[in-house]
Structures are given as structure tokens and as C-alpha cells.
Design a protein around this ligand. Structure first.
Ligand SMILES: NC(=O)c1ccc[n+]([C@@H]2O[C@H](COP(=O)([O-])OP(=O)(O)OC[C@H]3O[C@@H](n4cnc5c(N)ncnc54)[C@H](OP(=O)(O)O)[C@@H]3O)[C@@H](O)[C@H]2O)c1
Length: 266
């Protein structure tokens, strides 16, 4: 799987705003777009992709299966519906968006269904999202770690998710950091701000460069073309060890995303 390390998030983006963000992103050079069934914007993402002057093979597209669709029948049908909305024959990556609430559908059933979707050619790779270690183990038991391309989890300076990241690394599963800017909170951080000022960069760039240095994929979102452009430039920044360490020290276990159906976190 070749997933560009920096991608474009689309959570909350609706209608024209979703179209514009993806269009701007593709024009600026983003080649990895992250959407989900529940975002209600797969059609807009599909429209922006169809209108872009970028060959299909050059863009990596991820979608995620919503919790209502985790049994094998609905998973297959809903992924086909996602493909229709996205105007694609195949997505690059399909994730289980959240573990099944109350374990209503066994992890193994959803993972086997994803594998079948991959074999049918509907997705190139498969993975998981919001899976703590215990559920990662179940997913690995079901299909093997080599078939799990990534675990997409909340990860930013204030929630560094070290237990999950270490387990994933040891299992050979790539980590994708969602909400990498802590939904904009890092912009007000004094430590990150000071490093950014010294390097004549932005706090968002510092944060993304820190995550990229750790080997994670990152999928920041923005409604503004200027922010999309400067975030993409983070791929060219290299932080000194003492600056990486200063951001490492900001972890405070601050989780921003934890709906009532969330699994027990590590
Ligand atoms: N798997 C999951 O369960 C899950 C959950 C949450 C998110 N995600 C994925 O992760 C993506 C990213 O998370 P997110 O969108 O929630 O949060 P985020 O990327 O951490 O933060 C986005 C916020 O930061 C602001 N921002 C972005 N770049 C900026 C810059 N250079 N300067 C100043 N402000 C900036 C944006 O405002 P402006 O629009 O004003 O720039 C927006 O308010 C989502 O879009 C989604 O694809 C996945």
C-alpha cells in the first residue's frame, strides 16, 4: 500500500465547502483524501475527484464503514454505495470506523467482510479506526496483522496514544493520526508557538512535522486554502531532537473524541 503520509481530512465538511476543500487540496498537491460514510460528504468528495485534473491512480482515497453497517451483508452493500457516491470502482483503503457498539457484531465478522471486499476488488487495502489494543488483537486474530494496513486513531500533542502506537508498531500496523491539530487547539500552545516562531513556521506546521517525524500518517483538515497550503509544506520541515522532545512532553491524555459508544480506551 502506498499511502501518502500527509492527507486531507474531510470530517464536518458539507456541500460546497467539502467540494472546495477537496478541489483546493488536490490543486495544491494533496494526494490522499480521507472521508467516511457518516461524514455525509462522499458525493461531494466524488464530485471534486471527478472534476480534478489528477489521474485516479495518483490519489489515495480512504472511506470508513459506519457502525450500522458492520455485519457482513451490510458492510458489502454499504461499501458499494460508498463507491457509487465517490464515483469510483475501488477505494484505496476501507476502515472499520469504530468498533461495533456493545460488540454487537464480532470484530472477526467485520474484518472477514472487509477482506472479502478487498478480494472482490472494491478496496485495495483494509484497516481499522479507534481500535484499542484488545480489539487490535481481535482484528489481528481474525485476518492477520499483514492484512491490516492502518489503525486510524486520535493522536496529537495532547493525546499521544503511546500504548496503541507502540502495539501497532510492534505488530507492523501503520498508525494514522486523526485530529492531528487537536482541532485547532495547538495553534494557541505556548511551547509549540515558541518553536514555530524561532523556525518562522506555523504551530500547525510544527505539530504536523512532529507527527510526520514519528512516522505517522496525518490527515489535517481545513476550510481555508491558505491553511491547506501551509499544512502541506510541513512535509519539508525537519525538527531538531530537542524540539521533538519539547512536543513529546506536552502529552496530557486529553481525548477530544469519545462518543458514548466508544470502546474502553487504553
Ligand atoms: N476516524 C475517526 O473517528 C476520526 C475522527 C475525527 C477526525 N477524523 C479525520 O481526521 C481529520 C482531521 O481531524 P479534524 O478535522 O477533526 O481536526 P484537525 O485537523 O485537528 O483540526 C482542524 C481544525 O484546525 C484548523 N486548522 C487547520 N489548519 C490550520 C492552520 N494551518 N492554521 C490555523 N488553523 C488551522 C481548522 O480550521 P480552518 O478550517 O479555519 O482552517 C479546523 O478548525 C478529519 O477531517 C477526519 O478526516 C477521523
Amino acid at each position: 500500500m502506498h499511502m501518502p503520509q500527509l492527507g486531507l481530512g474531510t470530517f464536518r465538511l458539507q456541500g460546497q465547502q467539502a467540494i472546495d476543500s477537496v478541489r483546493n487540496g488536490l490543486e495544491l498537491g494533496y494526494r490522499h483524501i480521507d472521508t467516511a460514510q457518516i461524514y455525509g460528504n462522499e458525493e461531494e468528495v466524488g464530485r471534486a475527484l471527478a472534476n480534478a485534473k489528477v489521474a485516479r491512480g495518483e490519489v489515495f482515497v480512504t472511506t470508513k464503514i459506519w457502525t450500522e453497517n458492520l455485519d457482513s451483508e451490510r458492510l458489502a452493500a454499504s461499501l458499494k454505495e460508498s463507491l457509487r457516491k465517490l464515483r469510483l470502482e475501488q477505494v484505496d483503503l476501507t476502515l472499520i470506523h469504530w468498533p461495533s457498539p456493545g460488540k454487537a457484531v464480532p470484530v472477526a465478522e467485520s474484518m472477514q467482510a472487509l477482506l472479502a471486499a478487498r478480494e472482490a476488488g472494491h478496496t485495495k487495502a483494509i484497516g481499522i479506526s479507534n481500535f484499542p489494543v484488545a480489539l487490535m488483537r481481535e482484528a489481528i486474530d481474525a485476518v492477520g496483522a499483514h492484512n491490516i494496513a492502518t489503525n486510524q486513531v486520535e493522536l496529537h500533542p495532547y493525546l499521544q496514544n503511546r500504548t496503541v502506537a507502540a502495539f501497532a508498531r510492534d505488530a507492523g500496523i501503520h498508525v494514522t493520526a486523526y485530529m492531528p491539530l487537536a482541532y485547532g487547539k495547538v495553534m494557541d500552545d505556548k511551547v509549540i508557538g515558541a518553536i514555530a516562531a524561532r523556525l518562522q513556521a506555523t504551530p500547525a506546521q510544527m505539530t504536523l512535522a512532529w507527527l510526520l517525524a514519528k512516522g505517522y500518517a496525518v490527515i489535517p483538515s481545513s476550510t481555508k486554502r491558505a491553511n491547506l497550503a501551509s499544512n502541506l509544506d510541513a512535509t519539508a520541515l525537519v525538527l531538531a531532537p530537542q524540539d521533538l522532545a519539547a512536543i513529546d512532553a506536552l502529552d496530557r491524555g486529553e481525548r477530544l473524541v469519545s462518543p458514548e459508544f466508544a470502546p474502553e480506551w487504553d
